[in-house]
Design a protein around this ligand. Sequence first.
Ligand code: FES
Length: 109
Amino acid sequence: MKWIKLDVELPEDDFVKMIKVDGKKLCLVRHQNKLHALQNSCPHAGGILSGGWCKNGHIICPLHRYEYNLETGKGLAGQNDYVDVYPIEEREDGVYVGLPEGFWKRLFS
Ligand code: FES
């Protein structure tokens, strides 16, 4: 896991937006005063989750309204799918997202 500092200003209020971290697009969410980082592409049919909205602790995909838990990434019962969620921390010097390191990168670093 490597922690990467975000170089964007984040709104204080709730938001859903796409950010690029280390070449990877993530869906960044502030919901009820807590930050979440998820994969940006919906596993159902590739909808863009950062174009969606939050309800009851879930991100809603704008295409077909599938819902994913912001904490666990799990889809609602019956969807049988999930999205990847990434650890995110607000530190004194900024906001950091933890991304898994690739197998080959780890091997040769
Ligand atoms: S593409 Fe997201 S719900 Fe269908």
